[in-house]
Design a protein around this ligand. Structure first.
Ligand SMILES: CC(C)(COP(=O)(O)OP(=O)(O)OC[C@H]1O[C@@H](n2cnc3c(N)ncnc32)[C@H](O)[C@@H]1OP(=O)(O)O)[C@@H](O)C(=O)NCCC(=O)NCCS
Length: 189
């Protein structure tokens, strides 16, 4: 996609992050997302210590975002995950989907997690085609993680299969060039 810029998300991006969260959580708009506590918890208080994310912009227009947040055991409320491993939220505007924006956002997020020495988890509806994207990037289903979601279907937990070093050595860079550049930045600093 021409003129695509991926940049870190900052405090002032909160408004657009609510729009993206609504997309990711199948809510009609930001106000609806704010009104559902299990959805809103992914953004309330942004940017908490430990929150990190990325924004996709094309010609100055924000077309997608991905971010990661850690939760306390009480906040997690699913049969997987831990307080150390952030959970991912991601969404791309409908007219920009299927052109690699989501993959670039995820690569940036993985790169930052790698830099911080963290894993990543996410929750995805079982019928969501995004599962293929996550699998390509190294996420795997977490056994025993399936739960009934708010819509009455099933959601599954996925975890980045390995952390920094092994992930980088085992072919993820072929999919994720940003991971390589992030890692080389780490090595330089
Ligand atoms: C999931 C999402 C962020 C992916 O972003 P994207 O820019 O479309 O992704 P890319 O172009 O980099 O990769 C395409 C992959 O995304 C997935 N995908 C999910 N929904 C898609 C859609 N509507 N159109 C195209 N691809 C979609 C597929 O896995 C696809 O890979 P495949 O062609 O091998 O099946 C985006 O489609 C989206 O915002 N979907 C709605 C919100 C959502 O489901 N968020 C995730 C909740 S866990």
């Amino acid at each position: 996609m021409p003129d695509l810029v991926i940049r870190p998300a900052v405090q002032d991006d909160l408004g657009v992050l609510w729009d993206v969260l609504a997309m990711a959580a199948y809510e009609p708009d930001a106000e609806a997302a704010k009104a559902v506590p299990p959805v809103a918890k992914y953004l309330v208080g942004w940017q908490r210590p430990g929150d990190f994310g990325f924004i996709a912009e094309q010609n100055g227009e924000i077309i997608g975002a991905a971010w990661a947040r850690r939760f306390s055991a009480e906040e997690l409320r699913v049969p997987y995950g831990d307080e150390e491993t952030p959970k991912v939220s991601i969404g791309v505007k409908p007219n920009a989907r299927g052109q690699g924006v989501g993959e670039k956002l995820m690569c940036a997020l993985i790169g930052e997690a790698v830099r911080r020495g963290l894993g990543l988890n996410l929750s995805v509806r079982s019928e969501n085609p995004a599962r293929r994207l996550y699998e390509r990037l190294g996420f795997r289903d977490i056994p025993g993680s399936a739960v009934t979601n708010r819509a009455g279907g099933m959601s599954i937990g996925m975890a980045l299969r390995e952390r920094a070093g092994p992930l980088a050595r085992r072919g993820a860079p072929a999919v994720c060039p940003l991971v390589i550049s992030r890692l080389s930045q780490c090595r330089k600093s």
